[in-house]
Design a protein around this ligand. Structure first.
Ligand code: ADP
Length: 447
């Protein structure tokens, strides 16, 4: 490695340069004149080397330095080393920045980096989706000029960064965003998360808990009322008989509610449905038909079951039985007397299968149709309460059908009757008498 000259070496070098001039001057007896000529030659050589250096730095711009001579060689070499070190550091920094940005792009959050004076230094792609920022166009812009939400402007100006801020998205007002700002070196890093779904789930959970509590409160109030009324003395036979009937009804109601909640929780929580299960749908429907006729024996209802005996399906038998049973029992519950209910399970035109329950009941007004499958949704709460319904049946049907790639269709004419139906995809439908080498569908995974 080349090193700069020490003072001793520099002196030696000067002696070696000027000694020939000294000898020639002494020989011709013109020492001062020849030494002056030597100095001028030395100075010109210095200017020549300096030109080479400037030419290399400003014109040539190649990394390798020109060939230097004498004391100029370590100067060229030193500058060369300096440039090389800087280039390497720049390359490392660029690599670091690239991997940081790649990492930041793969995060599920929007990221905005801004300076102490609130000017945007960088933002990732998600920031343009959630906040409407454009990179690199918005580089150097004031954050509050682009995100003008008053609470955000206030948050930014007061530097209340200990807490997160919730605002609606400036780019998509239907989204709710959570912003968190953290000091980051001489800058700030803002993380923005889409919390729309989370808030919706929180709301649903609160709604669900309040609905469940509400559903339990009525039967519990009835039971408590009777218990307080009887105290320690048993009532007379007539009052006791009425109280017993009421208490039994309310207990059954609570039991039904708990059972439905458990079924719903089980279906919703099932991440996998074993599609390899074989469901003998005709047998399931025949047993339901017997149960239904028994259930409706006190009602003036007629039934027709139009079931293809050769139409089976793959799926979860528990879930499908729940779906069939809920739709049939709803028809019985809501159909006015005298009435007629038609249940059908038939092959569809494209190899799929169609299940339908048609009743001559009261029908449903169009404004309710889209909400019927929501949990606890009932058209007429008093009527449903009389029938013991909590508004969970169709929600169970919806989830069970989703697990079989199907969806509930509801047609209803107010005052005329309703038809609840669904189609089971052709790859889940088969005939037990056919060649059983058919392809069995893959597991259905839900998350
Ligand atoms: P419920 O347990 O109250 O019956 P469901 O989720 O099964 O709950 O049904 C939701 C609402 O849809 C019911 O409260 C009822 O108002 C309406 N509904 C369901 N099936 C029928 C039907 N066949 N005819 C008329 N209304 C119906």
């Amino acid at each position: 490695m080349l090193m700069p000259d020490t003072l001793g070496r520099l002196l030696w070098r000067l002696i070696w340069i000027y000694l020939p001039f000294l000898v020639v001057g002494w020989f011709f007896d013109r020492i001062l004149l020849v030494l002056l000529v030597g100095c001028i030659v030395h100075l010109l050589y210095f200017y020549y080397q300096q030109r080479k250096l400037l030419n290399w730095l400003y014109v040539d711009r190649r990394l390798t330095p020109p060939q230097g001579w004498g004391s100029w060689q370590p100067v060229f070499y030193g500058i060369y080393q300096l440039v090389k070190r800087r280039l390497n550091r720049e390359r490392e920094l660029a690599h670091l920045m690239k991997s940081f940005r790649l990492g930041a792009e793969s995060l599920p959050d929007a990221i905005v980096v801004f300076s102490r004076s609130d000017e945007i230094t960088w933002c990732n792609r998600l920031a343009s989706e959630l906040l409407g920022l454009k990179w690199p166009v918005d580089s150097g812009q004031h954050v509050s000029n682009l995100i003008r939400h008053p609470s955000f402007v206030n948050y930014l100006s007061h530097r209340h960064f200990q807490e997160a801020l919730e605002i609606s998205s400036p780019a998509r007002p239907d989204l709710l965003l959570e912003c968190r700002v953290m000091p980051y070196g001489q800058q700030f890093l803002m993380l923005v998360r889409d919390i729309t779904q989370q808030r919706k789930l929180d709301k649903m959970r609160k709604h669900f808990i309040s609905n469940v509590s509400h559903e339990f409160r009525t039967p519990l109030t009835v039971l408590r009322g009777y218990l307080e009324m009887f105290d320690e003395n048993l009532p007379d036979q007539k009052v006791w008989a009425r109280a017993h009937t009421m208490m039994s009804e309310q207990t059954i109601r609570m039991e039904n509610l708990v059972n439905q909640l458990l079924v719903l929780a089980k279906i919703e929580a099932a991440p996998v449905v074993d599609i390899h299960d074989e469901i003998d749908v005709p047998t399931v429907l025949n047993s339901l038909s017997a149960e239904t006729e028994q259930l409706a024996k006190d009602k003036a209802l007629t039934f027709s079951f139009n079931i293809d005996p050769d139409l089976w399906m793959h799926g979860s038998s528990d879930q499908m039985r729940s779906a069939f049973a809920n739709l049939i029992s709803n028809a019985v519950k809501y159909c006015e007397q005298p009435g007629h209910i038609e249940v059908s399970w038939q092959k569809g035109p494209t190899g799929n299968a169609r299940f339908s329950v048609k009743d001559s009941g009261p029908g449903i007004r169009p404004e309710h149709l889209l909400r019927l499958t929501e949990r606890f949704y009932r058209v007429d709460k008093d009527r449903s309460r009389e029938t013991g319904g909590a508004g969970l049946g169709l929600s169970i049907v919806k989830h069970a059908l989703q697990h079989h790639r199907s969806e509930l269709s509801i047609e209803s004419e107010y005052g005329e009757g309703s038809c609840f139906s669904f189609l089971i995809p052709s790859d889940l439908v088969y005939s037990p008498n056919e060649d059983d080498t058919q392809d069995i569908p893959e597991l259905q995974i839900f998350r």
